[in-house]
Design a protein around this ligand. Structure first.
Ligand code: CA
Length: 247
């Protein structure tokens, strides 16, 4: 038995296109695959980088017989990177394109979350919202190094600069994968920065408290737009069943 999931993406109020791409689908063997990619670079580049990365994930897992979910995610991320860097090599107009990619493989009460860039995964459990991923961004690195406070980071004009991602480098040497235990009724939220920048963590947590996954995803997007919708907004939400049946 798998949980419920919902996925929504929205252009927001200020952008002329949506360069985010999302994925949420069941795989064989009781797995669910979820992902958010937030493309950057040029008029079309960002859109191509994010959609190519999602296509690479889907293709990798379409033929999926994998033993180790963490390694399977790393393989899929490398495939996405090859796909995006090859497109860049073929077309000078796409030279600056890249994308964030956060992806989760979920089965039973376990999830594995891989991340490059500044899209995020959160676990919502027992009313508490906890960020699972670490941002690969200039400001996050400065906060970790003690150069900026988190408050200064939130006001930085360089908030959008990512330091790692798909298409940033020819080789990705290290892809962090975090294992997560999903308590009954908990939720895993993947999102782009268009959600978590205009909303506070408290606002997100409040919305996560009630409703179906579809209603919650819709409300998160509506709230981000009500708060100005400065960027494309993407939400992929997975809810663990309240009772996990014993077999
Ligand atoms: Ca964004």
């Amino acid at each position: 038995m798998t949980g419920q999931f919902a996925a929504l993406t929205d252009q927001g109020m200020r952008r002329t296109s949506n360069q985010d791409a999302i994925l949420a689908e069941p795989l064989e063997g009781g797995w669910t695959l979820a992902a958010v990619a937030d493309g950057v670079g040029g008029a079309f580049g960002g859109e191509i980088a994010s959609s190519e990365s999602i296509a690479a994930l889907r293709a990798t897992f379409a033929s999926a017989k994998f033993e180790d979910p963490a390694e399977a995610l790393r393989t899929a991320f490398r495939a996405a990177n090859v796909r995006v860097t090859n497109r860049v090599a073929d077309d000078a107009a796409l030279a600056n394109m890249a994308t964030t990619l956060v992806a989760a493989l979920i089965r039973d009460d376990s999830a594995w979350v891989a991340n490059l860039g500044d899209s995020r995964a959160y676990l919502f459990s027992g009313g508490e919202l906890q960020q699972i991923t670490e941002d690969d961004s200039l400001v996050a690195e400065q906060v970790r190094a003690g150069i900026l406070t988190p408050e200064q980071a939130e006001r930085s004009p360089y908030q959008n600069v990512i330091t790692r991602g798909i298409g940033v480098d020819q080789d990705i040497t290290e892809i962090p994968v975090t294992p997560v235990t999903l308590p009954p009724g908990s939720m895993l939220l993947l999102c782009s920065d268009g959600l978590f920048r205009p909303l506070s963590l408290d606002e997100i947590a409040l919305i996560l408290r009630n409703g179906s996954v579809e209603e919650i995803a819709r409300q998160l997007i509506d709230r981000a737009n009500a708060n100005g919708g400065p960027d494309n907004i993407s939400v992929v939400l997975y809810r663990q069943p309240v009772q996990v049946p014993t077999e």
